[in-house]
Write a protein that binds this ligand. Structure first.
Ligand SMILES: Nc1ncnc2c1ncn2[C@@H]1O[C@H](COP(=O)(O)OP(=O)(O)OP(=O)(O)O)[C@@H](O)[C@H]1O
Ligand SMILES: [Mg+2]
Length: 507
């Protein structure tokens, strides 16, 4: 048998108006970790969808060989049966089912028509342990944060006898600590003989685990490197991704914050189901005009819950505390009121809260700014298109037109639409929760530049970020949270990764 478990030969895939992949060839060695890199919209997810049967045979041109045999999958089920599992970029769990039901959904055995639930609950614990998720298997998935849901997906893939595991940005919603655990897990799979293909925008992670790296650009495979033999560096990958050198990942900004614009005092939020648990516990902080604040901390530290409750998303059973904006006490019982008071919010959950997938790009971008773009309740559609086009250019949103449905955009380009929408609303205080999740290195720099411009115009930004380099590169002050509490705050000059981690753990 050949040393390659997967071979793709001259694959081309078109969507109406878009050639997503053009004549791509790729070989994956048995037992290796092969990384796929490329800008948002380069075609990475589409390529994986073609080989795993999401797009059935006939939907693309070219040939795919798995374990030496040419494949002709009609659905994902076909490829799973052969030992190929794919974990998608966008979580694909059933939100109202439990963890263990999600793990075994579609491959539970019955005995005389009866499912032995206890057996599956017990077995699911084994997989949950392997991925390091310590939640009761009966927990309903929608109660878990995005990061934990990701772990359920991986547990699900493990429960099938998988020989080739495809992970589409598996760590994009995890923080450094959890990402590291996950990468260790992938390395452990490698020791057990499982081959992995990992798509990622986190190049440091790619270099850490991958044996081979292939780079896609504009739907073509540009280069393939052996990480060790070719002495591969992040700079080299970036150069092939974007076709040029990228020097400053965090653009320079002069920082001179002035008066306090927002003050939060003794803020406490109670868990939506367990009313005596505090997810945010007596938090106080302030934000100045012309300042970027970052909130760091492990998953479940309460950062998102804090921001959501401030913004009037009414997270939790109840919240208490004082919120002052420009010296005036405020209570926002809906997001609309918060927006009208000059707040903007980018949610970490772009599908749940940020976007309407079945609408087009321009409608999504202008959604939070209807007042600005309409007169007497009638939308000025020329203005709408003009504004949408402006952001399409500025953030390089890859789409054939602003009339394209958002669900047809690549993950990173969907995120750019979310960012555009909030930018257009032009808030005075901009709360961004994982704003660059799934965004490629080049586009990240564009977004940082835009945030810097906002600051220069006298606005303020609160950034929740799991990427410490991002927090360190952008923020004037960094609040470190854990277990619902603020454990400490660091100024730009004194902050380091080690200090942040130390504060989170020890306080
Ligand atoms: N269902 C679809 N209909 C139309 N166009 C699509 C569809 N799915 C993907 N595309 C287009 O194909 C191209 C490649 O998209 P793909 O999702 O593969 O990118 P990607 O490399 O995974 O990007 P990202 O890093 O943002 O996830 C993009 O231009 C995208 O807009
Ligand atoms: Mg993708």
């Amino acid at each position: 048998m050949s040393e390659y478990i997967l071979e793709i030969k001259n694959l081309t895939k078109e969507f109406p108006g878009v050639r997503a992949l053009e004549d791509v060839s790729l070989k994956v060695k048995k037992g290796e970790i092969h990384s796929l890199c490329g800008e948002n919209g380069a075609g990475k997810s589409t390529l994986m969808s073609c080989i795993s049967g999401v797009y059935p045979k006939g939907d693309y041109q070219g040939k795919v060989f798995f374990k030496g045999r040419e494949t002709a999958y009609h659905s994902v089920k076909d490829s799973e049966r052969e030992g190929l599992a794919i974990i998608h970029q966008e979580l694909a769990l059933s939100p109202y089912l439990s963890i263990y039901e999600n793990i075994f959904l579609g491959h539970m055995e019955t005995s005389f028509g009866i499912i032995n639930w206890n057996k599956y609950i017990k077995e699911s614990k084994k997989y949950l342990n392997t991925v390091g998720l310590h939640e009761p298997p009966e927990t309903i998935v929608s109660k878990l944060g995005v990061g934990k849901q990701q772990l359920v997906e991986i547990a699900r893939a493990l429960s099938k006898k998988t020989e080739l595991l495809i992970l589409d940005e598996p760590t994009s919603s995890l923080n450094d600590d959890e990402s590291e655990k996950l990468l260790d897990l992938i390395l452990e799979f490698k020791r057990q003989g499982i081959t992995s293909v990992m798509i990622s925008h986190k190049l440091n992670e790619v270099l850490k685990v991958a044996d081979t790296v292939t780079i896609l650009r504009d739907g073509r495979s540009i280069s393939t490197y052996d990480v060790k033999a070719d002495n591969l560096t992040e700079e080299k990958i970036i150069k092939d991704m974007v076709g040029r050198d990228l020097t400053h990942r965090f653009p320079e900004r002069k920082s001179s914050p002035t008066e306090t614009v927002m003050e939060v005092k003794n803020w406490t939020v109670y868990h939506p189901d367990y009313h005596d648990i505090k997810v945010v516990d007596d938090v106080s902080f302030y934000l100045r005009k012309g300042e970027i604040l970052a909130f760091c901390g492990p998953m479940g530290a309460g950062r998102t819950e804090l921001m959501m409750s401030i913004f009037g998303r009414s997270y939790g059973f109840r919240s208490e505390g004082e919120l002052r904006i420009n010296g005036k006490t405020c209570t926002f019982n809906s997001a609309r009121v918060a927006i009208n008071s000059g707040l903007g919010y980018i949610s970490e959950d772009r599908k749940g809260l940020g976007l309407v997938l079945i609408q087009d790009v321009k409608t999504n971008i202008t959604h939070a700014s209807l007042g600005k773009l309409s007169r007497l309740g009638i939308m000025n559609s020329q203005k709408e298109i003009k504004e949408a086009e402006r952001y399409r250019k500025e953030l390089n949103i890859r789409t054939p037109s602003v009339n394209q449905l958002v669900r047809n955009l690549s993950g990173g380009n969907q995120q750019k639409v979310v960012v555009s929408k909030s930018l257009l609303a032009n808030p005075d205080i901009f709360i961004v929760d994982e704003p660059t999740r799934g965004i490629d290195v080049g586009a990240k720099t564009e977004i940082y530049g835009i945030l810097n411009n906002m600051i220069a115009a006298g606005k303020s930004v609160i950034m929740v970020s799991s990427e410490l380099p991002e927090a360190l590169g952008m923020a004037d002050r960094i609040y470190v949270m854990n277990e619902g509490k603020i454990k400490g705050v660091l100024g730009k000059e004194e902050a380091t990764q080690e200090k942040i981690m130390h504060l989170a753990l020890v306080g």
